[in-house]
Design a protein around this ligand. Sequence first.
Ligand SMILES: [Zn+2]
Length: 476
Amino acid sequence: MALKVYNVLTKKKEEFRPENRGKVKMYACGITVSDHAHIGHAYQAIVFDMIRKYLEYIGYRVVYVRNYTDVDDKIIDKARELKVDPREYAEKLIHKTDHELYELEIKPPSVLARATECIDEMIEFIEKLISKGHAYATDTGDVYFDVKTFPRYGQFSNRDLNESVSGVRKEIEPGKRNEQDFALWKRAGSDEIYWESPWGRGRPGWHIECSAMSIKYLGETLDIHGGGQELLFPHHENEIAQSEALTGKQFARYWLHNGLVYIDGQKMSKSLGNSILLETMIKDYNKEAIRLMLLQNNYRSNLNLLPGMFEKAEAKLYHIYQLFRQVDKLGRKYLFIENNEILQKIDQDFQTAMNNDFNTPVVFANLFYYIKELEKIIKEERIQEAVNLKESLIRIYGVLGLFQQEPNDYIIEIKDKYLAKNNIDSKEVRKLIAERKKLKENNEFEQADQIREQLLQKGIVLKDSKEKTDWDVLIK
Ligand SMILES: [Zn+2]
């Protein structure tokens, strides 16, 4: 079955056919480093990482470019507020963000483009647009794209050019021909960062950055252009207008947009103070649990983050890793048999779901079905099958970055975390278990039960067997 993707350009699910057989040129709008990265940035990065890894899995060679916007009004404002150099400020944030994304097992793109490294290409791009009559410079040193010279302007985002964005006629900025004309080049204020250009000292507008960078690294036509849904207008509309006005060719064959992240039903915003920073998220939660939680959502839908969702994902993984550890113990003498039926079946289910516009919710529903199967197989002591099933799951779900940890490492990490939350450590747990054992030996059952109860209140359950007492944390 062929891969189908929902193309925002045609508003249809279409069979994916890149320009060149076997090769995919993919660009995704990256982060403007004006502040610390948050969960919304992480979501987009994980979505396009998932798409890229799947394309590679089904045999494509993917050249993936993601960018950092490292010069922008917001960066300049923030640097001014902090009294630091805007370039140094952006540089520091790029390093930090890179590290955080890497921690989430996001594979670095083939090219990590930076706006400030492509200024010459942007100036050249703008000069060509002016010579073709699509752009004009004002007396004050700004350059605008003339949207009236591109008849398809507004088509991508389904907008009527005659309608003002706000619904009311606004005063047009001095020097601008039409209200919707957008800046390609902005004159620099007296104390602002600048580059020399034919129009005086200034800096590029945000939209031109992505067009110039993607053309520089990937050529005039992209197979996939990705980004968040919120970029549809004006950013992507403008990218199409300026790129196609320049080259006369289609800019991107497929446009893929990921949904937004909401926190408890609300948009993340500075004023609400409800942003979840990437640094906090990776400190608080296991990376695979984060990936599981984010990818269980369909990439095109908005993700509404509710309290306890990360914990739930950690608990699910905890259960799975415990089963995996059990299989490891039981199946010590068994080897994984390649090309077994179960591997083929899991792979087939995986590809069927992913080929349907990367339907990860189904991919995870399948996973939980197979985990139930694994439980059953373990109970029935069909050890060879259990080994095959476990290894197959690791292999296929590894494409999405799951099950790459040692079961024991994961289990200990989560156990320690829950113990710390309940102000107890494993040493103390063992001490109390030993005490309880003595009490039981002396027939002081009431006191022994008190210890059991005391531990239960701290989220610890005891499991007695003939030989010994095991314990576990109560993760829900
Ligand atoms: Zn962009």
